[in-house]
Every structure is written in C-alpha cells, then in structure tokens.
Design a protein around this ligand. Structure first.
Ligand code: A3P
Length: 300
C-alpha cells in the first residue's frame, strides 16, 4: 500500500490540493531556499504521465557508464527527488551530499515552483505529457493502491466502481495537484507557457514509446551529455518497460511499492476502460482548455 496511513489527508497550498505525502512545507523550502545549480535538472509532470520513466532515462544517461554511481545517485535521489515529497528536513541532507548533478522531479503546478530561480541559475526543465485518457486509466489503477482510499474522506472521491471513478475524476472533484474543479489539463496549460523557453524540453510519452532512440537522444543532447550509438542502445534497453519493471520487482521492498509504478506501459489502454461518453468528455475538455495551444495528444 502506498502513501501513508489509512487516514492520510491531503494538504492545500495556495488553493492547490496536494496528495498525502507531498508537503507544502517542503515545497516552500524548495521555492524560497533551495540552492539550484546550472547543472541541475528538474523533471516536472502530472502523476501517471511517465515521470519515473523520464527520471530513469536521465539517470541512465548521466551515470549509465558507471554502475556504482548509477546505484548511488538513483537510490539516494529516489527518496528525495520530488521537491515537495516528504519531510522538510531532507533539505538539510541535500546540503550535505554533493551530487555531481541534481535530478529533481515535481508534480507541483507551475505557480508553486520557483521557475525564476531555476532559470536564473541556468538549470534545465524537462516536462512530460501523456494523453489524458491513458493518464486517467493509469491514475485509477495507481489510486487503488492508496492505503487511505477507503477512508471516509477519500471513499467518495476514489470510488471502487470503475465508471464512477472516472466520472468523479473528470469532474475535477479529486483535484490532486490542482485547484477545485480542475486537474491534469489545467496543469499542462500552466506549464506549457514555458514551451519555447531556453533550457526547456517538452516530451511526449507516446513519442517516447514509439521512437525511444529518437527521444532519448533528444534528452541526452538537451542535458549536454550526447551518447555514442552503443550508449544510446544501452539506455534504450535499460529503460524499456520490461527492463524497468523487472528491475523494480528485484529491488522493491517487501510490499513491492516500486513495482506499482509499472503497470502496462502502453498507448490506448483507455479503450478498455473509459465509456464513449467519458472519452468524449475528455475530447471536449481538451478543446476547451488546451484548444489555443498546439498540443495534439496521441491516443493510439
Ligand atoms: P500505466 O499505468 O498506463 O502502465 P508515473 O511514473 O508518472 O507515475 O507514470 C506511470 C506510468 O508510466 C504507468 O503507466 C507506467 O506503466 C508507465 N511507465 C513506467 N515506465 C515505463 C517505461 N519504461 N515505458 C513505458 N511506460 C512506462
């Protein structure tokens, strides 16, 4: 079971609701006090869009040639790498460990991340998007593992019934990392204003899936660590869904927490789960919320 006790409640930050485990105090320290260097990389995303995958690709690119470093930095950063996850005292630990390059992740909405500081210090931002239908399906399966899902507070927000779950989710009643009534699409909209900024790379889950060599090469070039053909092939292999799932099962603690981040890893599973009406509702929302951007989601 993931994310704390059966009675875990979400916290709010400036009107945005964070999932249990994600702490406004830690997000605030990241915003106000955390030191950022030119070589640092921030991977931002909405949950269930391929975050773990991108973090892993970046780790493999940076440390793939050196298994000891890879293990050291991936393991250390796994617990810490979300800016807003866990206790605020982790920032004391950050100061003591000197990472050659810090790789951070965040699910925070854009206004809660100090992008001015990241930019002023020359750090790089990677944002990954995934089509909202597969994101919703991935989210439902992930949410089934929440220890708190059956509490009085969460039960109506995370219904067991599949159709009901998506109805509640799409109505914006769960609003994780979003404002009341909002969700994934609004979050993308806020981040997307950085699309053409320097030091920013937007990735698309489905493009990574369809052409991993291309997209991984793009990431490596972007973070200033171009790969030889052999290194590239190696990263593609090590970060394939099958390899990552297998690895997580090997290293996950007894409750297999890590493995829950690897379910199917496919494009188009939404067809097995959403009703036609729910799929059409998402199409309408995409038009309404992201219609004035050039985003074209890939659904199959
Ligand atoms: P599914 O539930 O559709 O399988 P996040 O890391 O942001 O929580 O995203 C999790 C989703 O990314 C899950 O989607 C998971 O299976 C998928 N994923 C993780 N690693 C992947 C990989 N190497 N290739 C493709 N998909 C991957």
């Amino acid at each position: 079971k993931i994310f704390f006790g059966e009675d875990a409640m979400p916290k709010e930050m400036n009107g945005y609701r964070l999932l249990p485990g994600f702490e406004p105090d830690s997000a605030k320290v990241a915003y106000d006090q955390m030191e950022i260097n030119e070589s640092d990389i921030l991977i931002a995303s909405y949950p269930k869009t391929g975050t773990t995958w991108v973090v892993s690709i970046v780790h493999q690119i940076l440390y793939g040639d050196n298994p000891a470093d890879l293990e050291k930095y991936s393991a250390l950063q796994f617990c810490f790498h979300y800016l807003e996850f866990g206790a605020v005292c982790k920032y004391e630990v950050f100061k003591k460990i000197s990472f050659p390059r810090q790789v951070f992740a965040t699910h925070l909405p854009e206004p809660l991340v100090n992008m001015k500081k990241f930019k002023a210090n020359g750090a790089k931002l990677i944002y990954v998007i995934r089509n909202p239908k597969d994101q919703a399906v991935s989210w439902r399966h992930f949410a089934k593992g929440f220890a708190f899902a059956k509490s009085e507070f969460w039960k109506p927000l995370l219904p067991e019934d599949e159709k009901e779950f998506y109805d509640v989710y799409l109505a914006g009643n769960q609003y994780a990392f979003a404002k009341k009534g909002e969700g994934y699409l609004e979050c993308i909209k806020e981040w997307y204003k950085h699309k053409n900024d320097e030091n920013v790379l937007f990735l698309v889950y489905e493009e990574m899936k369809k052409n991993p060599h291309n997209e991984i090469k793009k990431i490596a070039d972007f973070i200033g660590k171009p790969l030889s053909d052999e290194q590239l092939n190696n990263v593609v292999e090590k970060t394939s869904f099958a390899s990552m799932k297998k690895e997580s099962e090997k290293t996950a603690p007894d409750n297999n927490e890590g493995a829950q981040f690897f379910r199917k890893g496919q494009i188009g599973d939404w067809k097995n789960h959403l009703t036609v009406a729910q799929s059409e509702l998402i199409d309408r929302k995409v038009k309404e919320i992201l219609g004035d951007t050039d985003i074209q989601f890939i659904y199959e």
